[in-house]
Ligand binder design. Structure first.
Ligand code: ATP
Ligand code: MG
Length: 422
């Protein structure tokens, strides 16, 4: 036998047993976002490498060590997208979507990061992202958070996620803070690990969310970013908090929350769960008012978030919220001369007259027993049985596979009966 070829580490198939839950999640997400009037945008999966290094920042985990970068045949450096915001902004600028108008957009699809694969962390994973351009007030920040809160309710996981919120101010606020933070870190240099030392000058804010407990311990005494926020940033943040309070959305302000990508300013937030262990962030976002201009567009305020779909699926599984719609409602059983064709015709009629009904026809022959076994195996609720007699007098036997009862109905009456299954 030839040697088997395996999938790439950290890149998973979504198997037929798993896809119904994925579809349910994706549909719920789309419905919730659509309820706010947002439109879908679809970007390519590959972009020029410098789009990401410029947007996300050279000194970030993603750009330093997680990107799938390769040379195209013409020598261009290309990268499999590690996130969606950069490509979305690129597309909006390139297609003049945000010159005058505001835009409220969403996208969903695979992202790629070369990380160490583990539960909730993969090399190909899926995000749904929402981005709003052209609005600067805290009202839209609040709407995005309310949208996510609605989604958690719809999914039934709202009791298992909590919201952390922070304001990281303007670029200028952060520059002032940065100086103070570096000064503090220099005084504790002997406690910093190599990563933190390296970051201290290139991206000192990232030291704040280090996982090293020794460094965490000294950070309690570090200067606080909130003391460096300018008036406008403070007002924006207070405005957001008031809107969330009024909407009854609970949150904690986490002053250490800075997020991993460089483009954020003012509002940053994360939804975190305790039910997944270390990979607890299911959704993260914030404002990035400078990014459009930084990527060559006209200065445009912007805010967005992205959620990790694998982590949401894992949550649904952990919480046993895995009920999905049956993939087969009706199994068409046929035996005898001319019954196969009659069965296929009846199945087509049912698909037409009962929208949403899922009808599977039996193929490959075999006796009734074998066919009923198959009907059970695919999880059908009802088997329809057509033998030569039924075909001759235009009836069909309806066998309830759950209750076990059986009825003979005219083919016309069967439509009303099956409509109950949808
Ligand atoms: P983390 O701290 O877990 O590495 P991040 O800050 O790198 O997350 P973002 O870039 O903000 O993540 O992406 C938004 C969301 O996408 C995350 O909150 C998470 O749910 C999901 N996500 C990010 N990286 C991965 C991955 N490698 N595998 C699965 N999901 C991921
Ligand atoms: Mg990460």
């Amino acid at each position: 036998m030839a040697k088997k070829i395996q999938a790439i580490r950290g890149m998973n198939d979504c198997l037929p047993t798993q896809s119904p839950l994925w579809q349910k999640l994706e549909n719920t997400v789309k419905n919730v976002i659509s309820a706010y009037g947002y439109n879908e945008v679809r970007m390519p999966i590959v972009e020029m490498t410098h789009l990401f290094s410029r947007a996300i920042g050279e000194v970030t985990d993603v750009v330093e060590k997680e990107m799938y970068t390769f040379e195209d045949r013409n020598g261009d450096s290309l990268t499999l997208r590690p996130e969606g915001t950069a490509g979305c902004v690129r597309s909006c600028i390139e297609n003049s979507l945000i010159n005058r108008d505001e835009q409220r957009l969403w996208y969903m699809g695979p992202m790629f990061r070369h990380e160490r694969p583990q539960k909730g962390r993969y090399r190909q994973f899926h995000q749904c992202g929402v981005e709003v351009f052209g609005l600067e007030g805290p009202d839209v920040d609040a709407e995005l958070i309310m949208m996510t809160a609605r989604l958690w309710r719809e999914l039934g996981i709202d009791k298992h996620v909590r919201l952390e919120l922070n304001s990281i101010g303007s670029l200028e606020d952060r520059a002032n803070y940065r100086t103070a933070l570096i000064e503090f870190l220099e005084q504790h240099i002997d406690i910093l690990d190599d990563d933190c030392k390296r970051r201290m000058h290139t991206n000192p804010l990232r030291v704040l969310d280090t996982k090293n407990p020794d460094v965490q311990a000294i950070l309690g005494d570090a200067p606080r970013l909130s003391d460096y926020l300018g008036e406008e940033s403070k007002e924006h943040f207070t405005g957001l908090c008031e809107l969330l309070d009024a909407a009854g959305i609970e949150y904690t302000v986490n002053e250490r929350l800075v997020r991993g990508l460089d483009y954020y300013n003012r509002t940053v937030f994360e939804w975190i769960t305790e039910s997944l262990g270390a990979q607890g962030t299911v959704c993260g976002g914030g404002r990035y008012d400078g990014l459009v201009e930084q990527l060559g567009g006209k200065a445009t305020p912007a805010v967005g978030f992205a959620m990790g779909l694998e982590r949401l699926v894992l949550m649904l599984e952990t919480l046993e919220l895995t009920d999905v719609r049956r993939s087969v409602d009706v199994y068409m059983v046929t035996a005898g001369e001319g019954t196969m064709l009659a069965g296929m015709k009846l199945a087509e009629t049912l698909r037409e007259q009962v929208p949403g009904l899922r009808v599977m026809s039996h193929f490959g022959g075999g006796n009734f027993k074998k066919q009923f076994k198959r009907a059970d195996k695919v999880g059908a609720a009802v088997a329809l049985v057509l033998g030569e007699n039924e075909v001759a007098d235009n009836t069909v036997v309806v066998k309830d596979l759950i209750g076990g009862t059986q009825d003979t109905l005219s083919q016309a009456d069967v439509v009303a009966k099956l409509a109950e299954l949808v």
